[in-house]
Design a protein around this ligand. Sequence first.
Ligand SMILES: NC(=O)C1=CN([C@@H]2O[C@H](COP(=O)(O)OP(=O)(O)OC[C@H]3O[C@@H](n4cnc5c(N)ncnc54)[C@H](OP(=O)(O)O)[C@@H]3O)[C@@H](O)[C@H]2O)C=CC1
Ligand SMILES: C[C@H]1O[C@H](OP(=O)(O)OP(=O)(O)OC[C@H]2O[C@@H](n3cnc4c(=O)[nH]c(N)nc43)[C@H](O)[C@@H]2O)[C@@H](O)[C@@H](O)C1=O
Length: 325
Amino acid sequence: MADTSNGKTTFSSFRADKTAKICVLGHRGLVGSAIVRKLREIGFTNLLLRTHSELDLTRQNDVESFFAFEKPRFVILAAAKVGGIHANNTYPADFIAINLQIQTNVIDSSYRHGVQKLLFLGSSCIYPKFAPQPIPEHALLTGPLEPTNEWYAVAKIAGIKMCQAYRIQYGWDAISAMPTNLYGPNDNFHPENSHVLPALMRRFHEAKVNGAKEVVVWGTGSPLREFLHVDDLADAVVFLMESYSGLVHVNVGSGKEVTIKELAELVKEVVGFEGQLIWDSSKPDGTPRKLMDSSKLAELGWTPKVSLKDGLVDTYKWYVENVKQ
Ligand SMILES: NC(=O)C1=CN([C@@H]2O[C@H](COP(=O)(O)OP(=O)(O)OC[C@H]3O[C@@H](n4cnc5c(N)ncnc54)[C@H](OP(=O)(O)O)[C@@H]3O)[C@@H](O)[C@H]2O)C=CC1
Ligand SMILES: C[C@H]1O[C@H](OP(=O)(O)OP(=O)(O)OC[C@H]2O[C@@H](n3cnc4c(=O)[nH]c(N)nc43)[C@H](O)[C@@H]2O)[C@@H](O)[C@@H](O)C1=O
């Protein structure tokens, strides 16, 4: 709600006006759909949503016209070209070009058409391959990136810097959140192009259904990853929209890491596959470890709730009920 009583226009907080027009881009994806669920649960009634086919965010003129006409008050940018280690490694041009186009168009048009606040989503892959662990926000741009996803990482770093530049030059409230590896309902379960957790869930499920004795898992199993349920991420996004307006991006993690071998055993147990794991070490491991330091977010007052085991059980239930077998 705008307040002009003191002669200046000021706005109340994010949660205060449930009729505020909030644009969530990428609303059918893993992250965007969780943010929409969260906003609806809180009571927001005026969500502005467009599918990829309704609005291709790589098309500058279309994005410009959309913002000029719709004039949302808040924007959450969860649309991006996203994929796991194989997809990042195989389609580097798509990962850098599409992400630069989407984020540049959306951030600039949002600013030009009066958006009050925007949240940009990056990823933990922005940090150097051998960053100190846990990785603090200030490790950004202190060393070489992990080669399997450097193209995507460069685009994401440009997004963070663009938000900072618009804040510095125009005083505009654009913030960035850096989530760790996410999972949950509406994830991408593609056999090759998805992230490890949905890929293994699908492979173990299909092996169980088909009575297979073995499942192939990529790499050596030794890399460490930190997983966060997407409902926790959505909660953190709402928290940051409400409580944070700083220049520096904010890490969003669970604080807990597992080896890929431990993850594979856990997914196997949740799915109920009883065969053997075969490790294909011809596939890349990627970065050896990327545990984020999320103490800044904890100091602001936010902590995650969903354990990996509970999150896996919830996600497998969703998979069985919703993904065409
Ligand atoms: N998944 C993860 O583990 C992590 C994700 N993130 C970040 O979270 C954000 C969302 O990721 P996630 O939900 O996993 O990704 P998804 O692939 O699940 O969803 C991405 C969404 O973006 C939309 N989209 C893609 N290209 C375009 C386009 N040209 N125009 C309009 N819409 C488009 C897709 O629509 P459609 O399906 O119709 O193509 C889809 O709805 C990204 O910024 C990602 O970097 C960060 C850390 C980890
Ligand atoms: C979120 C983050 O996600 C990506 O980085 P990543 O963490 O390396 O992604 P990943 O989930 O694909 O793999 C994690 C680990 O798991 C191993 N692994 C085993 N078996 C499968 C498997 O079947 N599929 C996949 N994908 N990986 C497998 C795999 O070899 C690797 O060691 C970035 O590109 C970028 O998109 C990004 O920001």
